[in-house]
Design a binder for this molecule. Structure first.
Ligand code: DOR
Ligand code: ZN
Length: 358
């Protein structure tokens, strides 16, 4: 039996408020515990988005009632909230900035809109950017101009990881995360009916950032030392939504991240020390998270099993890794001395979870 610290997922979409048929703080934190996570940091692109005091209270009230593991809530940078939002920093997991043009109300279409957020958000608080390709290079330039740390979400491309590597070598305060689906899936998945993986050209393969080429995936593995965190970007949408017209982008990931990465440890593509660094030590430091005393995860290292959506706690009902053989199963999760998960059952009550900024 392998004992791990309580894992931290700094990037999840729990859909509350606004889309609780996909997920809420109850189902999402149940999925987290089943996946070995004892802390999740929730993104603000909900409905309404979390972008002022009233909406932050909405999310935190729901979380307080329902969360079964610890949580933090990001606030979102919008085109009009740069004056007030910084005052919420002590209560937020961090500030999330959507710098690319794919995201609704929180989208920051031009760099003039970035400026007041970079100027006002406290340097001691986390600032996370969704910034792909050249936008990512611009965000790194902003970190340098404003002399403040930034954290780059879901890096997926070779050009991105190489630019981050160069920026780090130059001493720019940049950290980054990679999602398991960008490490284990490419943009040419097996055709329908040919075994596991997401189907090519199906709504189920839609995700942002998109799945990338084998060369991109290889470069992420070759530059593991540049990656600070693994973060799931758990973005549940129901099967009915994924298999209909205009499928929304996003994959669930809370219950598959650890088994996939433990399988990589088993195959010696990753060390256990590195896994713990990227799923506990580094996110704890980057997001300034409190200690969780008497908290750990027990894993049966030798258990092999097939991933099955039917066994998951997420409300979305599917996984892009259906049928994958993995090595390493979460047996038990203890949170502050209480057994929160054991042998497939969530034992934590709603409300056991605490706000990391409480
Ligand atoms: O695929 C994605 N889905 N990427 C994002 O950045 C947002 C997310 C969502 O909220 O569904
Ligand atoms: Zn996301």
């Amino acid at each position: 039996m392998l004992k791990l610290p309580g894992l931290i997922d700094p990037h999840v979409h729990l859909r509350e408020p606004g889309a609780t048929h996909k997920e809420d703080f109850d189902s999402g934190t149940s999925a987290a515990l089943a996946g070995g996570f004892t802390t999740v940091l929730a993104m603000p692109n909900t409905n309404p988005p979390i972008f002022d005091e009233a909406t932050l209270n909405l999310a935190l009230d729901a979380a307080k009632q329902k969360a079964r593991c610890d949580y933090g809530q990001f606030v979102g940078a919008g085109p009009n909230n740069a004056d007030g939002i910084a005052a919420l920093a002590p209560r937020a997991a961090g500030l999330k900035m959507y710098l690319d043009s794919t995201f609704g109300e929180l989208r920051l279409d031009n760099m003039i809109l970035w400026m007041p957020h970079f100027a006002n958000w406290p340097k001691s608080a986390a600032l996370v950017v969704h910034a792909e390709s050249r936008t990512l290079a611009a965000a790194i330039l902003f970190a340098e101009i404003y002399d403040r740390p930034i954290h780059i979400a879901h890096v997926s491309l070779k050009e991105e990881i190489l630019v981050i590597k160069a920026a780090k070598e130059r001493g720019i305060k940049v950290t980054c995360e990679v999602a398991p689906h960008h490490l284990f899936l490419t943009d040419s998945p097996l055709p329908a009916g040919e075994g596991p993986g997401v189907r090519a050209k199906s709504g189920r393969s839609e995700v942002r950032p998109r799945l990338a080429t084998q060369a991109d995936v290889d470069s992420l593995w070759a530059n593991l030392n540049v990656i600070d965190c693994f973060a799931t970007d758990h973005a549940p949408h129901t099967l009915a939504e994924k298999d209909f017209e205009n499928p929304p982008p996003g994959f669930p990931g809370l219950e598959t991240a650890l088994p996939l990465l433990l399988t990589a440890v088993h195959e010696r593509r990753l060390t256990l020390d590195d896994l713990i660094k990227k799923m506990h030590t580094n996110p704890k430091r980057i997001f300034n998270l409190p200690d969780q005393p008497e908290t750990w995860v027990e894993v049966d290292e030798d258990a092999t099993y097939e991933i099955r959506a039917a066994e998951q706690f997420t409300r979305c009902g599917w996984t892009p890794f259906e049928g994958w053989q993995v090595h390493g199963r979460v047996r038990k999760v203890v949170l502050r001395g209480q057994v929160a998960f054991e042998d497939g059952k969530v034992l934590a009550e709603k409300g056991l979870g605490r706000n990391v900024r409480g």
